[in-house]
Design a binder for this molecule. Structure first.
Ligand SMILES: Cc1cc2nc3c(=O)[nH]c(=O)nc-3n(C[C@H](O)[C@H](O)[C@H](O)COP(=O)(O)OP(=O)(O)OC[C@H]3O[C@@H](n4cnc5c(N)ncnc54)[C@H](O)[C@@H]3O)c2cc1C
Length: 464
């Protein structure tokens, strides 16, 4: 089999996967995009009600735009903010349509390996093509061959649990009927009714948690939402950086999210419970949920729980490949130090490409959201630069692959959306941490908010 004639298999038709395909096409290499969902941007569509904090100008890939141009496609106003639904409908689907039958839907990748070589076999390994197992929506199974594999399958389908130790809390699965792992769409009447007038625990400290708190506060202020109340569960304490970079964030809409969450707390719509690591979720006699902390605290019962503690990569179908992943973040080892939330905020990672994304198994790349593993700070524009470099490397154009063609914005948070919660970091200047002080906190008087939650584009980067 002539390896060079085989396609590059791209897993996932999200923003990163489709951009990868566009860059490959630009270089005369055939991509084959395998998408588990029925349409382009299947994951993005699941949060179609959430407004991005990035503008249109920041979420369209340059090679994709070139591919789309002959179709008469024009980018929406670059200064405006798309919702997830806009991103999928107005950009991702048209892009997938241009790629035509290079994109296959209902095609879930279930395994990737070297043909005839499991993980432990060295002999002739590098010369073997990649073999990709696909489960189709109609039940068929298929074996495809590839010269290289770009895994752009994201992390959306594998959210982290409520449990403070990274494991599902005891009782978490049994309480599934009252738990969601997504920012609820409160414009949907059925969803709205679920939270209106109810007491809801929001677990997490990133942009998605900010969004949920702001939306619930809006609900509380609206005619049908009297009595709506949030309990905001934080593993850490509250410090100057808890609410993100605010007005110092170079992505103003991202900064506004934190300010809207702060307003929700300041105005009394949300009570913050700090230093709380959820150990168990129990039901009281009337079916409401009681969160129990690892320190033994039992919180007052809530009607609903929204868990927004981040995402993890699904590595299950990559088990036969020799990946070099950081033991903590599950991101490529060269990339991990650049995005470690203990050290960096969204903007402090420098643009990177094929070198930071390579593995002992040559020809395999994890890109997009998945490349960040558990790190919470991925931006679409970072992914576009990744796939530009990776496509160039696959084409053998190392000059282009090594060139950096992107400048990333700063968050305004030194130390960023840090996940660490060591007590000695409590006073870190602008850092993303604070001593976990187990107490119920009501922040002071209402503060002016940069953008009302209704207007604030909402997003899921930085701990979404
Ligand atoms: C709520 C939210 C808001 C965000 N807002 C912003 C923002 O404002 N600005 C910004 O820059 N970034 C933002 N992000 C971060 C990031 O840009 C997006 O998550 C983006 O969608 C990541 O693109 P991706 O292509 O890497 O992954 P995804 O969009 O998750 O796409 C992965 C695709 O792979 C498919 N797939 C998964 N597994 C398989 C499989 N085994 N086989 C085949 N297909 C598979 C999925 O169905 C999906 O279509 C946000 C993220 C979230 C969650």
């Amino acid at each position: 089999m002539n390896t060079q004639q085989l396609p590059v298999v791209v897993i996932g038709a999200g923003p990163a996967g489709l951009a990868a395909a566009a860059h490959l096409v630009e270089r005369g290499i055939e991509p084959l995009v395998l998408e588990a969902g029925g349409r382009a941007g299947a994951a993005v569509r699941e949060w179609n009600h959430v407004r991005l904090f990035s503008t249109w100008g920041e979420v369209v890939d340059p090679a994709a735009e070139k591919l789309l141009a002959p179709t008469g496609w024009t980018r929406p106003d670059p200064a405006t903010y798309p919702s997830g639904g806009d991103w999928a409908d107005l950009y991702l689907q048209p892009l997938a349509d241009v790629l035509g039958d290079r994109v296959r839907y209902g095609a879930r990748v279930t395994g990737v390996s070297r043909t005839g070589r499991d993980r432990i076999v060295d002999a002739g390994r590098e010369a073997q093509t990649f073999v990709v197992h696909v489960a189709h929506a109609d039940g068929r199974e298929e074996r495809l061959f590839a010269r290289a594999v770009i895994d752009a399958s994201g992390t959306w389908a594998t959210p982290s649990p409520a449990g403070g130790s990274g494991l599902a809390a005891l009782g978490e699965k049994a309480a599934a009927d009252r738990i969601t792992y997504r920012v609820p769409d409160l414009k949907d009447p059925a969803v709205r009714a679920r939270y209106a007038g109810r007491r809801t625990a929001v677990i997490g400290s990133g942009a998605s948690a900010f969004t949920a708190l702001a939306h619930l506060a809006d609900l509380a202020k609206s005619g049908d939402g009297a009595g709506t109340k949030s309990v905001w569960i934080l593993r850490r304490g509250i410090s100057g950086s808890t609410f993100g970079g605010g007005e110092a964030d170079q992505l103003p809409a991202r900064g506004a999210l934190g300010l809207a969450a702060k307003a929700a707390v300041d105005e009394g719509h949300a009570d913050a419970v700090t230093g709380f690591r959820t150990e168990a979720i129990e039901r009281d006699t009337d079916g409401r949920l009681v969160l129990v902390g690892e320190d033994g605290r039992r919180l007052d019962a809530v009607d609903e729980v929204i868990v927004l503690t981040g995402f993890r990569p699904d590595l299950s179908f990559l088990g036969e490949l020799r990946l070099g992943l950081d033991v903590r973040l599950q991101a490529p080892v060269e990339l991990a130090p650049l995005i470690d939330p203990n050290q960096h905020s969204c903007g402090t990672v420098y643009p990177h490409g094929h070198r930071e994304l390579s593995h002992p198994e040559q020809g395999v790349y994890l890109v997009g959201m998945k490349s960040y593993g558990r790190a919470p700070t991925f931006l679409a524009m970072t992914g576009y630069e990744q796939v530009r470099s990776v496509a160039a490397a696959i084409a053998g154009d190392l000059d282009a692959a090594d060139r950096v063609e992107l400048t990333l914005p700063e968050t305004g948070v030194c130390g960023g959306a840090g996940l660490f919660d060591a007590p000695d970091a409590a006073q870190a200047d602008g850092g993303g941490c604070c001593a976990p002080a187990p107490q119920l906190v009501q922040l002071g008087a209402p503060a002016p908010v940069g953008a009302a939650a209704e207007q604030a584009p909402a997003g899921g980067c930085c701990g979404s």
